[in-house]
Each structure stands twice: as structure tokens, then as C-alpha cells.
Design a protein around this ligand. Structure first.
Ligand code: ACO
Length: 142
């Protein structure tokens, strides 16, 4: 038998406990009776950024990812994350923050534009390039 630890529950166990409550209710064929939901703080989105350097603009922030869980989208959370990244960038002495988005992602494109970003591909014709895998090894002579 696998080693199992019996311990008191902690606050961060709430999500797992709710899952077990639902499994039990399903076993008991009474799932429709479970009306509780997980309350309290929960991570529903994130923005992942790092610092880069532009020879023209100096220290800059690059927003690699931004994501808000589908059921929380459209409530202003993504805008708040982007505003926070702008604050971080300004506090760190940056004059800009950059990101890339897929051309079909119209919702995200529209959001960035509404918030004041300009499209460098449209305005200046930039293309994103990447060396990776075999191409990178070949360049490095390996
Ligand atoms: N549902 C409704 N409106 C959306 C949505 C959505 N799924 N996505 C973007 N919008 C637009 C709408 O025009 C809306 O404007 P409105 O409020 O005037 O109606 C506005 O953006 C919504 O703004 P927020 O509520 O602040 O944004 P949200 O919390 O939905 O976050 C985000 C936006 C991050 C794009 C989110 O929709 C998401 O996670 N989408 C899926 C993943 C994704 O596309 N990530 C960006 C990839 S690019 C990158 O990572 C750099």
C-alpha cells in the first residue's frame, strides 16, 4: 500500500477538499446537493514579465505571458495586470514595455490597443525571428 499521511487540513487544502466533497457526493449519487464553492483568495490569472535591454530605449520590460481564466475574463482583471506591469516598468526606470501576440488573437490585440499600445508590425513592419534547435546548433558548429 502506498504510504499515506494523515494530517490536519490547512487553508490551502480547500480546493482539494472541495474536490473530495464532490467525489463523495457523486459516489452517493447526490451531486446536485453540493452547493458550496471555494471561497476566499484564489489565483485566477497571471502576467509573467522580465527585463530586457533596447539599444534605442534602454531598460525595458517584456511581458511574456498574460492569462486570465475564462470564467474571469471580461471583468477588467487583464487590464489591471497590464497596468501593474506598467507601474513596475516605470518604477524600474523603463520607458516602455513590449509584448508579442498572435495575429488571430483579436481580443487580446484589441485590448492592448485600447490600453494605448501601438502595433510595431503595422507601424514599422517588424517580424519576429527565432533561431532554435538544429538551426541554432548548426550556427554554433555543433
Ligand atoms: N472576453 C471578453 N472580453 C475580452 C476577452 C474575453 N475573453 N478578452 C479580451 N477582451 C477584450 C474586450 O474587448 C474587453 O473590453 P470591454 O471590457 O470594454 O468589453 C476587454 O478586452 C476585456 O478587458 P479585461 O477584462 O481587462 O481583460 P481580461 O481580464 O479578459 O484579460 C486577456 C484579457 C488576458 C487577453 C484574457 O482574455 C485571456 O487570458 N485570454 C486568453 C489568453 C490570451 O489571449 N492571452 C494573451 C496572449 S498574448 C501574451 O501573452 C503577451
Amino acid at each position: 500500500m502506498a504510504s499515506v499521511q494523515i494530517r490536519e487540513a490547512k487553508e490551502e487544502d480547500c480546493g482539494d477538499i472541495l474536490r473530495l466533497i464532490r467525489e463523495l457526493a457523486e459516489y452517493e449519487k447526490l451531486s446536485d446537493q453540493v452547493k458550496i464553492s471555494e471561497e476566499g483568495p484564489r489565483l485566477v490569472g497571471y502576467g509573467l514579465y522580465y527585463f530586457i535591454y533596447s539599444t534605442w530605449k534602454g531598460r525595458s520590460v517584456y511581458l511574456e505571458d498574460i492569462y486570465v481564466m475564462p470564467e474571469y475574463q471580461g471583468q477588467g482583471i487583464g487590464s489591471k495586470i497590464i497596468k501593474k506591469v506598467a507601474e513596475v516598468a516605470l518604477e524600474a526606470g523603463c520607458t516602455q514595455f513590449r509584448l508579442m501576440v498572435l495575429d488571430w488573437n483579436k481580443r487580446a490585440v484589441d485590448l492592448y490597443k485600447v490600453l494605448g499600445a501601438h502595433d510595431l508590425t503595422e507601424a514599422e513592419g517588424w517580424h519576429a525571428f527565432c533561431f532554435e534547435g538544429q538551426a541554432m546548433k548548426a550556427l554554433a558548429g555543433r
